[in-house]
Structure formats: C-alpha cells, structure tokens
Design a protein around this ligand. Sequence first.
Ligand code: ATP
Length: 348
Amino acid sequence: MSFLQLRGVEKFFGEHRAIKGVNLTIEKGEFVVFVGPSGCGKSTLLRMIAGLTEIDGGELVLDNREITRLPSSKRDLAMVFQSYALYPHMSVYDNMSFALRLAKVDRQTIDEKVQRAARILNLAQYLQRTPRELSGGQRQRVAIGRAIVRAPKVFLFDEPLSNLDAALRGQTRIEIHKLHRDLGATTIYVTHDQVEAMTLADRVVVLRDGQIEQVGTPLELYDRPANRFVAQFIGTPQMNILDTRDLPALDAAVGAPDTHDGFVGLRPETVLMREPGQGRLSGRVELVESLGANTLIYVQVDHPGRAPVQLVADQPTRTGLHPGDLVGIDIAPGAAHLFDREGRALAA
Ligand code: ATP
C-alpha cells in the first residue's frame, strides 16, 4: 500500500509553472531524497507536501486520505528546516516539548517523549540550555528532536545540514541515518549534497525544471541513469560525456559500437591510467588533484587533427603523475554508457 501519493501535482508562481504535474508514490518507512539543481522545485514540492505552499493542481494523498487542501497543522507531518527555527528564549526542553504542550498532552507523557528523543539525539545534558548556548549541530539536533517527539506520519527535512561545517555535516548525517534505522519513520529529505542523497536515501528523486527525471535507489541512478542529465548530476567528479562526432576512430577504444551516434558516458573511475605506450588510447596529463586516498587526473586524449577530447580519471592510488606527463589510457570493459542525441540512455 502506498503511504504518500502525489498525483499530477502542479504549482504556478504567477505565470511560472514551477512544478509540472509530478507523480510520485512513497511507501511507509521509506527514506526518499529530492535532489536537483538550484531552482528545480525541490523545496516547493516539499512545502506543498507540508501544506506550507498551496497546491494549484493535482492531489496529495496521505495514508488513504486526500489532504490536498488540508491546513498544515492538520496533516500530521513534521518539518525540519535548514535554519532550525528554534524559539531562542526557551530551553531545549521547552523547545522540544512545545508542540506537545500545545496539544495538551499530559506532563508525564511529554517528559517521557522528550527524554527519549534527547537520549537518541545525545542531547540529554543540554535540556536546560537555550539554543544560543549550543553549537550549530546541537541546535539542528534540537530541531530534529522537536519533530521526533510529535511522532508524525512523515518527517520532512529541507536541507537540514547546509548551515553546518563539513565535519558536523558528516556527523549529523550519520545521526539522521541511525535515527531512520531505529525509528523507521517515513522521511522526505531535500538536499543538493550528493553524499547525503547517496548515503541516506532508500530512493532518490532527481528533479529538473519542475519535473521528475528519474526515481531509483542510489545505485540504480549511478549504474543506470535514464538520461545524460541524471548521469551527470549523480556522481562526483561528473561522468565524462563525449560526443561521438568528436570521436572518429576512437569509438572502439572508449567502448562504444562504431555505429553509435550520440553521446558516450564514462565514469571517472573507469578511465584507467597506463604507462606511456600502453593502453588503447594515449594522452597528456593537464592537471592532477590529489585528494589523499585517491587522485583526479585530467588528461587530453591524443586525437590528431580533431577536436580535443578531455577525460577526468579518478584513481584509487597516488599516481606520481604530473602535468605534461605522457600516459596510456584504457577504459574499463563494459564501462561505456550510451545516450542518443536527445540524451536518453540506450538499453545496455
Ligand atoms: P534551491 O536548491 O536553490 O533551494 P529548489 O530546487 O528548492 O532550489 P524552489 O525553491 O522550489 O527550488 O524554486 C522552484 C522555482 O520556483 C524557482 O524558479 C523559484 O524561483 C520559484 N519560486 C519558489 N518560490 C517562489 C515564490 N514564493 N514566488 C515566486 N517564485 C518562487
């Protein structure tokens, strides 16, 4: 049984059609991540589910009940924002218990729920502090705690980690991951962070210009992107995309049939560096980026008399290569993703 359903959901801002007939089904307990470039409509879609932005067309169904026009407060959803939105003058305890007090829940039940959430989120020792006396990561955990105590049908997160520094982002991401493992709550999470999308999601929804491009598990999107857009949006560094018109005589070497007209996509980890003179291709190193565990190598492929072909390779080693070095290049067998001229993936 589907738990949350979006059926042909539309949003207009004036003349601008920001959400264009989105259909999506989310199962109970699923962790779904919305990703896409800035302005694609991720937040708008989330806010429509939350009831914070009016839905102009289509329907929203939660747990067998149509809620398209139901006010936010009656939807039984809890939203966690990037900006925390805590009450600055209230203690952590009062922030977390606020909604329950408003709902006239008895004091003992409130206390049990707050204490439990505080334990889960490692906030037990901070309950009497005010938000000002907490770090950014702790504040975000209070905001999450406030959502947990309400035990809503669905948790909605709008870029909850984007105000945190890299280390805290990582830690808090892991906490959200464990929280979902322990509570199993249905969750929709908006981010533009690849790592968050790949690590947290049961399914990722890739949006572009108010429409869904593809829905799938993180590895489905990585291994079988439906089109060139998804292929380049998922994965860092981006998939290499080559136009077959620039590749005469190179098709076979990059793993594409020579009848293919369109684009060839190669993940950087499938571009393999060889000794000069070895490999099916040769080229010259333009730039090397050492990331510690792995190295990114930008190479210009030899292709005399033709438009230059550039590739980025991601090697799980320290290569000792420098700009200007000559290298051989191979493409891992079966690595090529084929796209037609319109960018649609061809079946492998
Ligand atoms: P970002 O990653 O930058 O937050 P997003 O994918 O969340 O982007 P939205 O904020 O949902 O994108 O915006 C989708 C589109 O709708 C954008 O073109 C935006 O300019 C427009 N938009 C959003 N909110 C409003 C509003 N209140 N009034 C007018 N236009 C809006």
